[in-house]
Design a protein around this ligand. Structure first.
Ligand code: AMP
Ligand code: GLY
Length: 415
């Protein structure tokens, strides 16, 4: 089987690594990929916005299956263009990808599915936002409707902060069209978890529960990021798990079906647990980054076959290992605002259960490994106990050399 992976981050490196270890031994292509992925896949130079280009490359390379990693090409309808050309795709249709592409659409979907979520109203002017805020209490959550690469959610402690955020979106057009409308949402105080499931639009298979660490600094301080580290499986009570399945997961999948969506891929439900009750924060229509890095090593099945089955609408049961995994993100100096590029990197040797995945890396003109993005490396450990994987991941992390790198030393606090 020839598989093309679309994307260039740590998530895609995790996917490529797991595919390269699949017993079915697929030939792997990746576009655009990164310096680490290059060791395990043939990189293709493709403009993924040009769907004809992607279709042409698939035909030239006899691609059997395309795995779409990031949200942008999904929201842009790449899965539909490929399916129109009879190419199998792991990833939902453009219509279904609106669940991630529009916060307002997602909130409507949540209401129709009767899943618990924070109350919210749609706003598109500063005045309307301030008026609506009278029915909410601080901190105020303002969410740009469209895709904003993780920069679209404003957590405002005061009315003055809310006004600034609304001005940024509606008057200064700080996020362009993505921020022309927004949701003002009630704050939910609790802890977050990432529930990912495979679905073919009919049935679903839960993936190991993961916990991300969104803030840049220890103790959940500092700015929000794409994610600074993950652990899996996250331990919660059986009672809470069953509540999540019955109140959130099952009705969400049921609603996908009711909407007649072509949804063959991953649904990632961001959940806030408040007083032992789950609330849906958001839907993503793709694997999480860095959730994928800890989820995939725990799957026993042949991943190439799993993706192939899902893309044909024939999801089969998953087998999950009785193990633990841990991921520490190394971000560049200046991340998230102005990540420094071209910082030289020196890495220790990988081992089978402790290894480094590449996210934002590239090779310099002299062929040296350098940083090339915000989140640069993922330090991963897999093993038989929580303590072991934490210790091994941090030991490996100590051996990484990259000037000014930022990482958290408290990943897995709730593990
Ligand atoms: P989202 O993209 O909607 O998941 O929002 C990004 C992050 O903002 C989430 O991971 C939460 O940490 C935070 N967040 C979003 N909505 C809320 C909310 N209603 N209450 C508290 N925190 C929130
Ligand atoms: N780690 C959060 C995300 O992938 O959206």
């Amino acid at each position: 089987m020839n598989i093309l992976v679309i994307g260039s981050g740590g998530r895609e490196h995790a996917v490529v690594k797991s595919l390269s270890e699949s017993p079915s031994a697929p030939k792997i292509y990746c576009a655009p990929g990164n310096a680490g992925i290059a060791a395990q896949a043939t990189l293709l130079k493709l403009d993924v916005k040009n769907h004809n280009d992607v279709v042409k490359a698939c035909k030239e390379n006899k691609i059997d299956l395309v795995f779409i990693g990031p949200e942008d090409p999904l929201v842009d309808g790449l899965a539909d263009s490929l399916r129109d050309n009879s190419i199998l795709v792991f990833g939902p249709s453009k219509a279904a990808a609106q669940l991630e592409g529009s916060k307002i659409f997602a909130k409507e979907f949540m209401k129709k599915a009767h899943v618990p979520t924070a109350k919210a109203v749609t706003v598109s002017t500063v005045e309307a936002t301030m008026k609506a805020s009278e029915n909410f209490s601080a901190p105020y959550i303002l969410k740009a409707d469209g895709l904003a690469a993780g920069k679209g959610v404003f957590i405002c402690k005061t009315e003055a902060e809310l006004r600034l955020a609304a001005q940024h979106l509606f008057e200064l057009k700080g996020l362009g069209r993505a921020g022309e409308t927004a949701l003002l949402e009630q704050n939910l105080p609790g802890y977050e978890l990432s529930f990912l499931l495979l679905t073919d639009g009919e049935n679903f298979s839960a993936l190991p529960l993961a916990q991300d660490h969104k803030r840049l600094l220890n103790d959940d301080k500092g700015p929000n990021t794409g994610g600074m580290g993950t652990v899996a499986p996250m331990k919660i009570s059986e009672e809470l798990y069953q509540k999540i399945i019955s109140k959130v997961v099952a009705p969400s999948v049921q609603q996908l079906k009711k909407e007649n969506f072509i949804f063959r891929g991953v649904l990632f439900i961001g959940i806030m647990v408040v007083d032992n009750e789950p609330y849906v924060l958001e839907y993503n229509v793709r694997f999480g980054d860095p959730e994928t890095q800890v989820i995939l090593p725990l799957i026993k099945n042949d991943l190439a076959e799993v993706f192939h089955d899902v893309s044909r609408g024939q999801l089969r049961p998953l087998e999950i290992k009785n193990q633990f995994s841990f991921c520490i993100v190394n971000a560049a100096a200046g991340y998230p605002d102005k990540p420094q590029k071209n910082t030289p990197i020196e890495l220790p040797q990988n081992q089978s259960d402790q290894y480094i995945l590449h996210a934002g890396t590239a090779l310099s003109a002299e062929g040296k490994l350098v940083s090339n993005g915000g989140r640069v490396l993922n330090i991963v450990a897999v093993g038989n106990s929580r303590e072991e994987v934490r210790e091994n991941a941090y030991k490996l992390n100590d051996q990484v050399k990259m000037h000014g790198r930022q990482y958290r030393t408290d990943i897995g606090g709730r593990f």
